[in-house]
Design a protein around this ligand. Structure first.
Ligand SMILES: [Zn+2]
Length: 247
Protein backbone atom coordinates (compact mmCIF):
# COMPACT_ATOMS: atom_id res chain seq x y z
CA UNK A 1 0.00 0.00 0.00
CA UNK A 2 2.76 2.40 0.90
CA UNK A 3 4.36 1.73 -2.48
CA UNK A 4 1.09 2.50 -4.20
CA UNK A 5 0.75 5.80 -2.38
CA UNK A 6 4.30 6.76 -3.23
CA UNK A 7 3.64 5.99 -6.86
CA UNK A 8 0.33 7.84 -6.78
CA UNK A 9 2.11 10.87 -5.37
CA UNK A 10 4.57 10.70 -8.24
CA UNK A 11 1.72 10.13 -10.69
CA UNK A 12 -0.04 13.18 -9.32
CA UNK A 13 3.09 15.24 -9.77
CA UNK A 14 3.43 14.10 -13.39
CA UNK A 15 -0.25 14.71 -14.08
CA UNK A 16 0.02 18.28 -12.80
CA UNK A 17 3.06 18.86 -14.99
CA UNK A 18 1.22 17.46 -17.98
CA UNK A 19 -1.77 19.74 -17.30
CA UNK A 20 0.59 22.70 -16.99
CA UNK A 21 2.19 21.85 -20.35
CA UNK A 22 -1.16 21.42 -22.04
CA UNK A 23 -2.32 24.79 -20.73
CA UNK A 24 0.85 26.46 -21.98
CA UNK A 25 0.30 24.87 -25.40
CA UNK A 26 -3.26 26.16 -25.57
CA UNK A 27 -2.35 29.63 -24.32
CA UNK A 28 -1.81 31.77 -27.42
CA UNK A 29 0.83 34.42 -26.59
CA UNK A 30 -0.12 38.10 -26.47
CA UNK A 31 2.30 38.96 -29.28
CA UNK A 32 0.67 36.40 -31.56
CA UNK A 33 -2.83 37.53 -30.66
CA UNK A 34 -1.82 41.12 -31.37
CA UNK A 35 -0.34 40.23 -34.78
CA UNK A 36 -3.47 38.26 -35.67
CA UNK A 37 -5.72 41.15 -34.69
CA UNK A 38 -3.67 43.70 -36.62
CA UNK A 39 -3.59 41.51 -39.67
CA UNK A 40 -7.38 41.19 -39.52
CA UNK A 41 -7.91 44.92 -39.10
CA UNK A 42 -5.60 45.79 -41.98
CA UNK A 43 -7.15 43.09 -44.14
CA UNK A 44 -10.59 44.58 -43.51
CA UNK A 45 -9.34 48.07 -44.33
CA UNK A 46 -7.83 46.79 -47.56
CA UNK A 47 -11.01 45.12 -48.72
CA UNK A 48 -13.02 48.24 -47.80
CA UNK A 49 -10.74 50.43 -49.92
CA UNK A 50 -10.82 47.93 -52.77
CA UNK A 51 -14.60 48.00 -52.86
CA UNK A 52 -14.55 51.81 -52.72
CA UNK A 53 -12.22 51.87 -55.74
CA UNK A 54 -14.44 49.40 -57.55
CA UNK A 55 -17.52 51.51 -56.86
CA UNK A 56 -15.80 54.72 -58.03
CA UNK A 57 -14.61 53.04 -61.20
CA UNK A 58 -18.09 51.77 -61.91
CA UNK A 59 -19.47 55.31 -61.50
CA UNK A 60 -16.71 56.68 -63.68
CA UNK A 61 -17.49 54.23 -66.51
CA UNK A 62 -21.15 55.21 -66.27
CA UNK A 63 -20.25 58.90 -66.56
CA UNK A 64 -17.94 58.19 -69.48
CA UNK A 65 -20.73 56.43 -71.33
CA UNK A 66 -23.05 59.35 -70.67
CA UNK A 67 -20.35 61.72 -71.85
CA UNK A 68 -19.95 59.81 -75.13
CA UNK A 69 -23.72 59.87 -75.64
CA UNK A 70 -23.78 63.60 -75.06
CA UNK A 71 -20.86 64.16 -77.46
CA UNK A 72 -22.63 62.10 -80.13
CA UNK A 73 -25.79 64.14 -79.69
CA UNK A 74 -23.78 67.32 -79.90
CA UNK A 75 -22.22 66.28 -83.21
CA UNK A 76 -25.59 65.32 -84.65
CA UNK A 77 -27.14 68.61 -83.57
CA UNK A 78 -24.21 70.57 -84.97
CA UNK A 79 -24.67 68.71 -88.29
CA UNK A 80 -28.36 69.62 -88.32
CA UNK A 81 -27.44 73.25 -87.80
CA UNK A 82 -25.95 73.44 -91.32
CA UNK A 83 -29.25 72.34 -92.87
CA UNK A 84 -31.45 74.85 -91.04
CA UNK A 85 -33.18 77.66 -93.00
CA UNK A 86 -35.41 79.50 -90.49
CA UNK A 87 -33.62 81.66 -87.96
CA UNK A 88 -36.03 80.77 -85.12
CA UNK A 89 -35.22 77.07 -85.35
CA UNK A 90 -31.56 77.97 -85.72
CA UNK A 91 -31.70 79.90 -82.44
CA UNK A 92 -33.38 76.97 -80.68
CA UNK A 93 -30.69 74.58 -81.91
CA UNK A 94 -27.93 76.95 -80.82
CA UNK A 95 -29.41 77.04 -77.32
CA UNK A 96 -29.59 73.24 -77.29
CA UNK A 97 -25.94 73.06 -78.37
CA UNK A 98 -24.93 75.45 -75.59
CA UNK A 99 -26.80 73.34 -73.08
CA UNK A 100 -25.09 70.15 -74.39
CA UNK A 101 -21.68 71.79 -74.16
CA UNK A 102 -22.45 72.81 -70.59
CA UNK A 103 -23.45 69.25 -69.68
CA UNK A 104 -20.35 67.83 -71.39
CA UNK A 105 -18.09 70.20 -69.48
CA UNK A 106 -19.77 69.30 -66.23
CA UNK A 107 -19.43 65.57 -66.93
CA UNK A 108 -15.78 65.96 -67.86
CA UNK A 109 -15.14 67.78 -64.60
CA UNK A 110 -16.92 65.11 -62.62
CA UNK A 111 -14.93 62.37 -64.35
CA UNK A 112 -11.72 64.22 -63.61
CA UNK A 113 -12.70 64.53 -59.96
CA UNK A 114 -13.43 60.80 -59.82
CA UNK A 115 -10.08 59.99 -61.37
CA UNK A 116 -8.39 62.03 -58.65
CA UNK A 117 -10.41 60.27 -55.97
CA UNK A 118 -9.51 56.89 -57.43
CA UNK A 119 -5.83 57.84 -57.52
CA UNK A 120 -5.96 58.92 -53.89
CA UNK A 121 -7.66 55.64 -52.95
CA UNK A 122 -5.02 53.74 -54.91
CA UNK A 123 -2.31 55.48 -52.87
CA UNK A 124 -4.11 54.52 -49.64
CA UNK A 125 -4.33 50.97 -50.94
CA UNK A 126 -0.60 50.84 -51.68
CA UNK A 127 0.15 52.07 -48.17
CA UNK A 128 -2.13 49.50 -46.56
CA UNK A 129 -0.65 46.75 -48.71
CA UNK A 130 2.79 47.68 -47.42
CA UNK A 131 1.59 47.72 -43.82
CA UNK A 132 -0.24 44.47 -44.33
CA UNK A 133 2.82 42.72 -45.67
CA UNK A 134 4.76 43.89 -42.59
CA UNK A 135 2.03 42.69 -40.25
CA UNK A 136 1.77 39.36 -42.05
CA UNK A 137 5.49 38.89 -41.76
CA UNK A 138 5.27 39.49 -38.02
CA UNK A 139 2.29 37.16 -37.82
CA UNK A 140 4.21 34.43 -39.60
CA UNK A 141 7.22 34.88 -37.31
CA UNK A 142 5.05 34.81 -34.19
CA UNK A 143 3.17 31.77 -35.45
CA UNK A 144 6.42 29.92 -36.15
CA UNK A 145 7.77 30.87 -32.75
CA UNK A 146 4.67 29.55 -31.05
CA UNK A 147 4.69 26.37 -33.14
CA UNK A 148 8.34 25.75 -32.19
CA UNK A 149 7.49 26.36 -28.56
CA UNK A 150 4.57 23.94 -28.78
CA UNK A 151 6.74 21.30 -30.44
CA UNK A 152 9.22 21.54 -27.56
CA UNK A 153 6.42 21.24 -25.03
CA UNK A 154 4.92 18.33 -26.94
CA UNK A 155 8.20 16.46 -26.68
CA UNK A 156 8.31 17.14 -22.96
CA UNK A 157 4.73 16.01 -22.69
CA UNK A 158 5.45 12.76 -24.50
CA UNK A 159 8.32 12.12 -22.08
CA UNK A 160 6.07 12.74 -19.11
CA UNK A 161 3.34 10.53 -20.55
CA UNK A 162 5.81 7.69 -21.01
CA UNK A 163 6.96 8.03 -17.40
CA UNK A 164 3.36 8.28 -16.32
CA UNK A 165 2.29 5.08 -18.02
CA UNK A 166 5.33 3.31 -16.60
CA UNK A 167 4.38 4.31 -13.05
CA UNK A 168 0.65 3.80 -13.58
CA UNK A 169 1.39 0.23 -14.70
CA UNK A 170 2.87 -0.52 -11.30
CA UNK A 171 -0.06 0.80 -9.25
CA UNK A 172 -2.91 -1.49 -8.16
CA UNK A 173 -5.74 -1.18 -10.66
CA UNK A 174 -8.48 -0.43 -8.12
CA UNK A 175 -6.73 2.50 -6.46
CA UNK A 176 -5.49 3.80 -9.81
CA UNK A 177 -9.04 3.82 -11.15
CA UNK A 178 -10.22 5.60 -8.05
CA UNK A 179 -7.49 8.20 -8.40
CA UNK A 180 -8.24 8.81 -12.07
CA UNK A 181 -11.95 9.20 -11.42
CA UNK A 182 -11.27 11.82 -8.74
CA UNK A 183 -8.78 13.60 -11.00
CA UNK A 184 -11.48 13.94 -13.65
CA UNK A 185 -14.10 15.15 -11.21
CA UNK A 186 -11.87 17.40 -9.13
CA UNK A 187 -9.99 19.37 -11.73
CA UNK A 188 -6.68 17.53 -11.71
CA UNK A 189 -6.00 16.70 -8.07
CA UNK A 190 -6.78 13.14 -7.04
CA UNK A 191 -4.55 12.61 -4.06
CA UNK A 192 -3.63 15.11 -1.38
CA UNK A 193 -1.39 15.16 1.64
CA UNK A 194 -2.69 15.98 5.08
CA UNK A 195 -0.57 18.29 7.14
CA UNK A 196 -1.41 19.70 10.57
CA UNK A 197 -4.83 18.13 10.31
CA UNK A 198 -5.66 19.94 7.08
CA UNK A 199 -6.42 18.24 3.75
CA UNK A 200 -4.27 19.96 1.14
CA UNK A 201 -6.80 19.15 -1.54
CA UNK A 202 -9.66 21.20 -0.11
CA UNK A 203 -7.93 22.93 2.82
CA UNK A 204 -10.49 21.77 5.32
CA UNK A 205 -9.82 20.15 8.69
CA UNK A 206 -9.86 16.37 8.90
CA UNK A 207 -11.99 15.02 11.80
CA UNK A 208 -9.69 14.16 14.76
CA UNK A 209 -10.47 10.44 14.74
CA UNK A 210 -9.63 10.07 11.06
CA UNK A 211 -6.56 12.20 11.56
CA UNK A 212 -5.41 9.84 14.32
CA UNK A 213 -5.92 6.82 12.11
CA UNK A 214 -4.12 8.51 9.28
CA UNK A 215 -1.09 9.10 11.45
CA UNK A 216 -1.03 5.61 12.86
CA UNK A 217 -0.76 3.73 9.61
CA UNK A 218 0.56 4.49 6.19
CA UNK A 219 -2.59 3.52 4.32
CA UNK A 220 -4.53 5.93 2.21
CA UNK A 221 -7.88 7.27 3.31
CA UNK A 222 -10.51 9.46 1.80
CA UNK A 223 -11.10 13.09 2.71
CA UNK A 224 -14.67 13.36 4.05
CA UNK A 225 -15.01 16.84 2.49
CA UNK A 226 -13.56 16.58 -1.01
CA UNK A 227 -13.46 12.78 -1.33
CA UNK A 228 -9.88 12.89 -2.53
CA UNK A 229 -7.43 10.21 -1.52
CA UNK A 230 -5.44 11.48 1.42
CA UNK A 231 -2.30 10.35 3.16
CA UNK A 232 -0.40 11.55 6.17
CA UNK A 233 2.14 13.88 4.72
CA UNK A 234 4.86 13.38 7.35
CA UNK A 235 5.17 9.68 6.48
CA UNK A 236 5.86 10.53 2.85
CA UNK A 237 7.47 13.84 3.55
CA UNK A 238 10.94 13.18 2.09
CA UNK A 239 9.35 11.77 -1.05
CA UNK A 240 7.06 14.79 -1.32
CA UNK A 241 9.74 17.35 -0.79
CA UNK A 242 11.74 16.01 -3.70
CA UNK A 243 8.86 15.77 -6.08
CA UNK A 244 6.23 18.41 -5.45
CA UNK A 245 6.12 21.07 -8.15
CA UNK A 246 7.44 24.50 -7.16
CA UNK A 247 4.12 26.26 -6.95
ZN1 LIG B 1 -10.18 17.31 1.20
Amino acid sequence: MQEDIMRLIELQRLDLEIIKLERAMADIPQSLQKAKKESEIKGERLSKIESQIEEKERQKRLFEEELQEEQKRLKQTQARLTQIRGSREYQVLLREIDEMKRIIKQKEEEILKMMEEIESLQRDKEKILEELSEVRKTLEEETNKFEDFKRTLEKEREGLLARRSNIAGKISQSILKKYQLIVQKKGGIGIAGVDNGICEGCFMAIPPQLYNELQKDNRYHECPHCKRLIYYKKIYHPEEKNHLPEE
